[in-house]
Design a protein around this ligand. Structure first.
Ligand SMILES: Cc1ncc(COP(=O)(O)O)c(C=O)c1O
Length: 483
């Protein structure tokens, strides 16, 4: 089994013992991410040790990222799940662009992700129990009862104005100065990305992408006949700017696609300063950046990270997002702020789907305006931060040595690197027979780069998921143990 950070040292210093005991309490779930741990004074009385020993223990845990001090308040369990777990390394994909051909595999995995008899660790479905379903149903029922005939006529892009006003107001929190007319409503984030790629590329063009990249975007690249150039990406702070610049200098790149806040599958977040450098780099070469911010609101830190759009001076950033992860994936409401490509995107939206259904747009606008969304977000951020830590700890308890796990600072997916001799498709078949679905790493690269990786959905954490994870760990141990 993977070595735990709580390895006991009975012969060690008193402060190390205390640090180990606190770590163990966190690992077994007594203290959860964001919980306050006993004060220095309480702990010193309880353990009958000096204040300075407890302080030393807490400093040690702070330096390991297990707890964090909050001025005037005390010590809290870190929300980043920052327990000493090994992380996957920076990816090192092929230097050549590839055609994408993943649709059969994607459709197989997606079909399994709808099977209610399987433990769902596969699709990046939000936890349905945490969505504001009843509230949205009530709003939609009232809107449907009172809707005028006008609501049923053909609508044109850019979409319902009340919703665009709400989106523009919220965007101030992530550094954007939008007018409602800067925004086009789409049918989910998927359509937003599709329209953006359509607006700036033609078949055969090369698009630079983070590696690994969410397979939905790879599917769009496949359908549009584009070629994907995978750029090495760090599981913590995202795309390598040096590698991207090298790629730009050696290839006619027509667009770059990133998920700069809580990427899927890495969970990485490009620090704000690096976002600025990324935008400036692309401005030098006049290349559009399509940045997918669907999980931007699901941060575990104190503050929302900014978006790349906050640094956009030339209108080259096309910021895409949706309400699928935090309100409802089935209402199919997303949006894009396409910058200088707004006319093309609006025209494409009109041509390809006329408009997004009006009622869901109105319902989401009302929910946002009522303040319900902020309340909803606070709740799911807390739950997801906790569930990500619980799932990663369970992986480290049950998977064999050689396993590595990302430490997302937002979102709800975990990217797990398995020992080199474990093939994720073989594991997928074995897991299905055992009643579990997961997403094999193959789906996240057009060049089969991640054969020994899997993505796990950490949106829900309960006893049956814990048991499924333990069974899955046993299967990985079995596959890793073969010669
Ligand atoms: C990174 C990312 N982008 C886009 C989507 C799809 O968004 P939507 O359902 O709004 O089309 C997903 C869904 O899993 C996703 O994870």
């Amino acid at each position: 089994m993977v070595k735990q950070s709580s390895t006991r040292k009975p012969q060690g210093f008193r402060y190390e013992e205390i640090a180990d005991q606190v770590t163990q309490l966190i690992e077994q779930g007594t203290y959860r991410p964001g919980d306050r741990i006993p004060s220095v004074r309480q702990m010193s009385l309880q353990k009958e040790v000096s204040i300075s020993s407890v302080l030393q223990a807490y400093l040690l845990l702070e330096s390991r990222g297990v707890i964090e001090a909050r001025p005037q308040s005390g010590y809290y369990v870190s929300r980043h799940g920052n327990l000493n777990l090994p992380e996957p390394e920076v990816s090192s994909p092929s230097l050549d662009p590839s055609r994408v051909n993943l649709h059969e595999l994607v459709m197989m995995v997606m079909r399994d992700s709808l099977n209610p008899d399987l433990a769902q660790l596969g699709a990046a479905m939000p936890n349905l129990e945490l969505l504001p379903t009843e509230r949205m149903n009530r709003i939609m029922a009232r809107l449907a009862r009172t809707a005028s005939r006008g609501m049923h006529r053909y609508q044109l892009p850019p979409g319902v104005e009340e919703l665009r006003v709400q989106i523009a107001q919220r965007a101030v929190n992530c550094g954007c100065q939008f007018s409602p007319s800067d925004i086009v409503i789409t049918s989910g984030g998927t359509e937003a990305i599709d329209l953006c790629l359509h607006a700036v590329c033609k078949p055969g063009d090369i698009v630079a992408i983070e590696s690994p990249m969410y397979f939905g975007t790879l599917q769009i690249i496949e359908v549009q006949g584009l070629r994907a150039l995978e750029i090495p990406t760090n599981p913590r702070d995202g795309i390598s700017l040096g590698a991207l610049q090298f790629a730009i200098e050696h290839n006619p790149i027509k667009a770059v696609v990133t998920i700069s806040n809580f990427s899927n599958p890495h969970g990485s977040c490009i620090p704000d300063e690096k976002k600025k450098d990324l935008v400036e780099l692309l401005e030098r070469y006049d290349i559009p950046l399509i940045d997918n911010d669907v999980s931007g609101e699901l941060y575990f830190t104190e503050k929302r990270p900014l978006t790349t759009k906050a640094y956009d001076k030339k209108g080259l950033v096309m910021l895409c997002s949706s309400f699928s992860k935090d309100i409802s994936p089935s209402l199919r409401v997303g949006w894009v702020a396409p910058g200088r490509y707004k006319n093309e995107v609006e025209w494409l939206k009109f041509t390809l789907s006329a408009a997004t259904a009006t009622l869901p747009q109105m319902a989401i606008a009302e929910f946002l305006e009522s303040g319900g969304y902020d309340h909803q977000l606070r709740r799911i951020r807390r739950e997801y931060a906790n569930n990500v830590v619980m799932l990663s700890q369970a992986v480290m308890r049950t998977f064999p040595a050689g396993t590595r796990v990302t430490r997302p600072s937002g979102g709800y997916v975990l990217w797990v690197q398995l020992p080199e001799n474990v093939d994720s498709l073989e594991l997928y078949s074995l897991a299905l027979k055992g009643g579990i679905t997961l997403t094999p790493g193959y789906l996240f690269s057009p060049s089969n780069h991640f054969y020994n990786f899997i993505r796990l959905n950490a949106a829900a954490w309960n006893l049956s998921i814990e048991r499924a994870l333990e069974r899955l760990g046993g299967m990985v141990v079995e596959l890793a143990g073969r010669s």
